[in-house]
Design a protein around this ligand. Sequence first.
Ligand SMILES: [Zn+2]
Length: 167
Amino acid sequence: MSGPHSPDELAPEARFALRAAAAGLPIDDAATVMRLDGATARKHLRTAVRALGGSAPPPSEGDAGLLAAAAPLFPAARAAPGRAPSTPCPAPDVATALAAGRLDGPLMLAEMEHTADCPACLARLVAERAQGIPPEAARAAAAPRTIWPAVLVVAVVIAVAAWLALR
Ligand SMILES: [Zn+2]
């Protein structure tokens, strides 16, 4: 599968932009997931098209021209990735936070790259965005998961203090 003209060879943002478009994700949704403005997300898709031998139209031709140029690459983009994800599938709350565009920094980059190379996670992300992300669920999913250990530590400290006071 891997060769000079395989989607596997693309940089992560271009890989995600192409595979997400091939899976039916609107470009602006891909931009939200990657925390990019729409023009930059389109630039990544254009880069993918050019790298794989297509001729991407200038931005002035709009999304219809860009998607028409990308469409011949969609079968290759939908084929099973030649590269296995280097990370395990994210926990459901992390996947939802990614889909909601609420991850950023290295975590977003890692999960975005995983999703580019994992058909199951990509299908889930596309479905979640198509359904719409409930704001409450997205916010809860984005909350740090280190809160519960901290709550447990505080509870144990209070319990020990109470036990000492009652001795
Ligand atoms: Zn996965």
